[in-house]
Design a protein around this ligand. Sequence first.
Ligand SMILES: NC(=O)c1ccc[n+]([C@@H]2O[C@H](COP(=O)([O-])OP(=O)(O)OC[C@H]3O[C@@H](n4cnc5c(N)ncnc54)[C@H](OP(=O)(O)O)[C@@H]3O)[C@@H](O)[C@H]2O)c1
Length: 307
Amino acid sequence: MKVIQSVLITGANAGLGFEAARQLAHKNTITKIYLACRNEDKANQAKQQLVELTNRDIFEIVTIDVSDSRSVKSAVSNLHSAFDAVILNAGGTGGKTPNALTADGVTTIFASNVFGHTVLVDELIKRQLVTSTIVYAGSETARGIPKMGVAKPELLNTSVAEFTAIANGSKFGGAADPLDVYGTIKLTGALWMSSMSRKYPHLRFITMSPGGTAGTNGMDDLPFVKKVFFKYLGNLMMPMLGMMHSVDKGAKRYVDALFDDQFQSGRFYASKMGSPTGPVVDQATIDPLFGMETAQDNARLAIQTLS
Ligand SMILES: NC(=O)c1ccc[n+]([C@@H]2O[C@H](COP(=O)([O-])OP(=O)(O)OC[C@H]3O[C@@H](n4cnc5c(N)ncnc54)[C@H](OP(=O)(O)O)[C@@H]3O)[C@@H](O)[C@H]2O)c1
């Protein structure tokens, strides 16, 4: 496996992305970390904190809004040196208007979790700017977490039309609860990654869930009652019940995916069934859908048609 020296992380100003940048900077082999963030003030603040925390001045800001393909393309056109790895970490519940359609005709929640990252990876490959590994932030919700009341996503036939309907929101309707559609969207991202691994065998494509992680801003945009329930009560109770772990444990999963060659290209790793924390396993052992090449390719084809 190629030695990884430089990494671009989307959504690096907060939560798991910030912590991944901090952990990577503690590795001597890492010489450059690109903090790909949408808000320049937050990015500058994060960069300053990271330099202070790690005593290393190896961070460079890349301004990018992954929910907007024009922003993604413009950011890539300003990159002039290749790097080894990308962590596609930005995302979450899609802001205040998760179901609103972007200029690309996809919902904001799909754009920020999947579509913008697919445009980013396509552009990086086209310009030969990424040389080794792509890690995508998956989620246990993509196969359901029954213990937490998160149902397994229901797919009808995994056709291109169905993945298109997931992307433009017509599968769910304009009033869909972001917590109900999030798992299906992350599932689509994981399938796209697996298809990409077969299309570009010279690169490693690994979907890695950070696992249930307390203390991030991931629930901030939910309506007030849900935010209180999931963010504040959840952050207190879930770790005690073993349903959430700390942000350093979550981000370490990304770092492991980058450096440990037991993690194979085209696979989706997340916690064992029944838990969103603990050791990770290949999710195709839980749900065979993740290993189905037709479903993987249909997810990619639907996305490609949107590009
Ligand atoms: N926390 C968990 O339990 C958990 C579990 C499984 C998977 N995940 C996944 O892990 C990833 C990180 O989540 P987190 O918990 O660390 O959340 P977080 O604290 O809210 O951090 C999300 C990061 O993504 C950025 N971001 C969001 N939309 C963006 C956009 N359109 N363009 C650029 N950056 C954008 C945010 O930037 P701003 O600060 O500007 O908003 C922030 O830096 C997400 O993909 C999430 O779905 C999280």
